[in-house]
Design a protein around this ligand. Structure first.
Ligand SMILES: [Zn+2]
Length: 290
């Protein structure tokens, strides 16, 4: 009997032990997900922390990048970036810098073969007195004063060509390229030849609304013969008083890259015009950008 009791007791102990192990095991199973969750949460928490750290550091980096970008823009003001291989006439060896458009020094904007108006450049224009020709609206009052003063002196100044869109300039330029190609020149040669006669789109002062090509009674052909007229003589003596200068002189072609154009008058403002005339320099030299 004792043996049987002992065996039963042992069996009971084993049963209890199995139950206990089972309970503990089940308990562990139940707990495990919690632990897993906790374990999972921790990485989440740390990930979140990392993310926020990452975000803030990214934000800092972005801010740093912005600052760098601003610095670059500031540097651009001093040293314009060139168009590089993206420029549509790069195949002909042209690589102009992007002209710096300064809203406060708009009258001193330099555009030429080396400095091109930025993409999307716009200018608010207005008609000049007695004509459908337009210019930058800020120039128009000075233009009107000058033409009225000339008229009072018995001189006729006829506006032949003022503001031109970049698109129109491009059409003119490409027609000239086509013309030279029909003569048998390569596209690159044709483009170089065209550039000597028509400024490339975005590099003409007419695209900026800052220049007017003048004729006068009996001479509206825009040829060098305009230099022999009373109108040219009057402009040479008086235009600076109204902020205009002769832009492309006979002796300055090496600097301006444009042939002599006695009919082309550019607004730069009265102070600059008087200084430029007094110093006998080109706009390029006056701006230190020759
Ligand atoms: Zn012109």
């Amino acid at each position: 009997m004792n043996k049987i009791r002992l065996i039963l007791l042992l069996g009971l102990c084993i049963f209890i032990a199995i139950l206990s192990i089972g309970y503990v095991t089940v308990g562990m199973d139940e707990k495990q997900p919690e632990e897993t969750e906790t374990t999972t949460q921790q990485p989440e928490t740390s990930t979140a922390a990392e993310n926020s750290t990452a975000e803030s550091s990214t934000a800092e980096e972005t801010t740093a990048e912005n600052t760098t970008a601003q610095t670059t823009v500031a540097q651009t003001t001093a040293q314009p970036v060139t168009m590089g291989n993206n420029y549509e006439y790069a195949y002909a060896g042209f690589n102009p810098s992007v002209a710096v458009v300064d809203s406060e020094k708009w009258n001193l904007l330099l555009v030429n073969q080396a400095y091109i108006l930025p993409d999307g450049f716009t200018v608010k224009t207005a008609e000049v007195s007695g004509s459908s020709q337009t210019m930058d609206y800020r120039v128009v009052p000075h233009y009107n004063d000058m033409v009225a003063a000339a008229k009072a002196d018995g001189i006729s100044l006829i506006p032949i060509s003022g503001y031109r869109t970049v698109e129109r300039q491009k059409g003119n330029f490409e027609r000239k390229i086509d013309y030279y190609e029909t003569l048998g020149y390569s596209k690159a040669q044709a483009t170089q030849l065209a550039s000597k006669i028509i400024l490339m789109p975005g590099t003409s002062e007419h695209n900026a609304g800052l220049a007017m090509d003048f004729g006068t009674d009996g001479n509206t052909s825009l040829t060098e013969t305009f230099a022999n007229t009373d109108a040219f003589k009057w402009l040479s003596e008086n235009a600076a008083d109204y902020g205009f200068i002769l832009r492309y002189e006979k002796e300055t072609q090496d600097i301006t890259k444009v042939t002599y154009e006695p009919w082309h008058w550019r607004y730069v403002g009265v102070d600059a015009a008087k200084e430029i005339v007094a110093q006998g320099v080109t706009l390029e030299e006056y701006l230190g950008m020759a």
